[in-house]
Design a protein around this ligand. Structure first.
Ligand SMILES: [Zn+2]
Length: 426
């Protein structure tokens, strides 16, 4: 007797009429038209069943702090960092935990069950580190929360930066972070990349650095990150986040850079909502988009994923934990409006993001965790177009969240009353 049998599901790869059998929290079988006894059955009615959403780049220590102590007036990255500096002395562990847990509730409702969050290690008290380790413990039954030791003020630029970051790793933070473009000089930035990659190699940790989050075409720390990855044998274990300077780089240089990134197995995480908002702020017109070269990276064989980065914090006053909104913005900014491009944007917030995080048991195949989302959409294209309602969210076979289908009751003169199920049917 199965624990759960889902029938008549459409999968992201286009297969329809599929049954997904669940036993002991795992997918036992994925096959068309299976009829088997189960404690619980769910008719998906031809709708899309997708593996849960994954956010490979977030800042949970800052989330839901919008307006504290004031709002970012210029809308720039640098004012955001300064504002975060004003907020930090006022932070308490309790308030930080409460905000983070509230965000995790939103995330689960949106089918977002794995999050890689950076945590600022610049404050020697490591208050935010302790708070997010506590959040990680509390949400473990329903969210995979992976933490990155992130030296927001620069690991070399801020006093005690290396020591603080190392102590955060000792406390159990999973990934080594960095911010080379915020160090004092290009040389210091390169030195920080080298030092942090060596630290990760010594400790067997993954690496995820904020890399070249700038419009400066000469900010080339991604090159050093890729070269250090190769030198230290860290292929497949390293991520460069943002990489917005690549938007402004010389095309000849990029033609040499892309194969290097591919060779090094470095993943790139772009954050479309934030990159389109924070970059290009010093331009008049034309204004640069400030997002990295997503289609070109994908064509070169690089794993590219999309992150949310911020929700209602010193850098960004919008957002709701909806990775379909992130994919929607990504496909617009990168002009990935062809069918293949839209599917790649869906992968950027699901399978490709899971690869960045090295998630075990992720996917919709026999043997994977039964962690998936039933969407009010018939395929990934419609899911992104509608930012589709998450009808049901399961983790390891357990129902975590339900949202009623979006419908509109219409009262139209001359056409009578009718209900539209918001699938875009004609
Ligand atoms: Zn970030």
């Amino acid at each position: 007797m199965l624990d759960l049998l889902i029938t008549n599901a459409t999968l992201p790869d286009g297969r329809t009429g599929m049954s997904v059998a669940v036993q002991d929290g795992r997918i036992a079988e994925v096959t068309p038209g299976l009829a088997a006894p189960a404690h619980e059955t769910l008719d998906a009615q031809g709708l899309l069943l997708a593996p849960h959403f994954v956010d490979p780049h977030f800042h949970m220590d800052a989330t839901l702090s919008y307006g504290q102590p004031r709002v970012n007036q210029s809308g720039t990255l640098l004012e955001g960092i300064a504002l975060w500096g004003e907020l930090k002395p006022l932070l308490t562990a309790d308030a930080l935990i409460e905000r983070a847990l509230a965000y995790c509730d939103w995330a689960v409702a949106k089918g977002l069950l794995a999050i890689r969050s950076h945590v600022d290690t610049s404050d020697p008290s490591l208050l935010a580190v302790d708070a997010l380790l506590e959040v990680k413990r509390q949400v473990a039954p329903y969210i995979d929360l992976q933490l990155v030791a992130f030296p927001q003020d620069g690991v070399l630029r801020s006093p005690g930066g290396v020591d603080n970051l190392t102590r955060a790793l000792d406390k159990g933070v999973d990934v080594v972070g960095g911010i080379p473009h915020f160090e004092r000089t290009m040389a210091d930035g390169a030195a920080s990349v080298k030092l942090l990659c060596e630290l990760a190699a010594e400790r067997g940790k993954l690496v995820d650095m904020h890399c070249d989050e700038s419009d400066d075409p000469l900010s080339r720390h991604i090159e050093t990150l890729a070269a250090e990855t190769l030198r230290l044998g860290l292929q497949g274990r390293v991520t460069g986040s943002h990489c917005t300077s690549m938007h402004s780089m010389d095309n000849y240089y990029v033609s040499k850079l892309l194969p290097l990134i591919a060779e090094s197995g470095v993943s790139v995480v772009s954050n479309p909502l934030i990159n389109i908002t924070l970059q290009g702020r010093h331009d008049s017109y034309p204004k640069r988009r400030g997002m990295t070269r997503v289609p070109e990276l994908l064509a070169a064989g690089v794993n590219v994923a999309f992150g949310h980065d911020c929700v209602m914090d010193p850098w960004y006053g919008m957002g709701s934990g909806d990775m379909l909104e992130v994919a929607h913005m990504g496909l617009h900014v990168a002009q990935m409006t062809g069918q293949a491009g839209i599917h790649q944007c869906f992968e950027a917030v699901t399978t490709r993001a899971a690869r960045v995080m090295h998630l075990d048991g992720y996917g919709l195949e026999a043997g994977c965790d039964a962690s998936f989302v039933l969407l009010q959409a018939r395929d990934p294209v419609e899911a992104i177009r509608l930012r589709a309602t998450r009808l049901k969210v399961f983790r390891k076979g357990r129902l975590l969240a339900e949202t009623p289908a979006a419908t509109a009751a219409l009262h139209l003169p001359g056409r009578g009353d009718r209900t539209r199920w918001m699938l875009g049917e004609h």
